[in-house]
Design a protein around this ligand. Structure first.
Ligand code: ZN
Length: 154
């Protein structure tokens, strides 16, 4: 597993942002798929980051999130992207494509719901509406009263 695969999706994304906003202060190869550098954290602290591509879980960072643990943090990802800028652009493209795919799926689902509701019988619709009003969140119930039963609106 590569370093990027081990990182959580949040760390990968934040790492990409750190890389793009130029938070890598220094970076040098230290041999055998190892790189070492300094990355500026969110509070301005500079963290010591060491990444090991052969054994990603042996990568190290002095930030509180990763220090002493075998996890891949956003600073490691940022350093990784600064070494492999093409990987950074591939990563970004994949994220955007996944978002677009999720949007398309959501749209399909919404269209399916619209089509289904359009074919439902009145009695079934009434039952579902009442269920939604009584079992759903209170604001929904109150909004329904406000918009439909003026005489009860305080
Ligand atoms: Zn870190």
């Amino acid at each position: 597993m590569g370093l990027l695969n081990i990182a959580s999706s949040a760390s990968a994304w934040r790492g990409y942002e750190y890389y793009k906003s130029g938070r890598i202060k220094s970076c040098q190869a230290t041999g055998d798929g190892r790189y070492e550098g300094q990355v500026i954290g969110s509070n301005g602290t500079s963290y010591q980051v060491k990444i090991n591509l052969e054994h990603p879980r042996s990568s190290q960072c002095s930030c509180p999130h990763a220090d002493g643990k075998r996890i891949v943090c956003k600073h490691m990802v940022a350093l990784y992207f600064s070494v492999f800028s093409e990987e950074a652009e591939d990563y970004y493209r994949e994220v955007i494509e996944a978002e677009e795919e999720a949007e398309r799926e959501q749209e399909q689902l919404e269209n399916a719901v619209i089509e289904h509701v359009g074919k439902m019988k009145k009695a079934d619709l009434q039952q579902i509406l009442l269920q939604t009003l009584f079992e759903g969140p209170e604001w929904q119930f109150e909004r329904f009263v406000r918009e439909n039963l003026r005489e009860y609106d305080g």
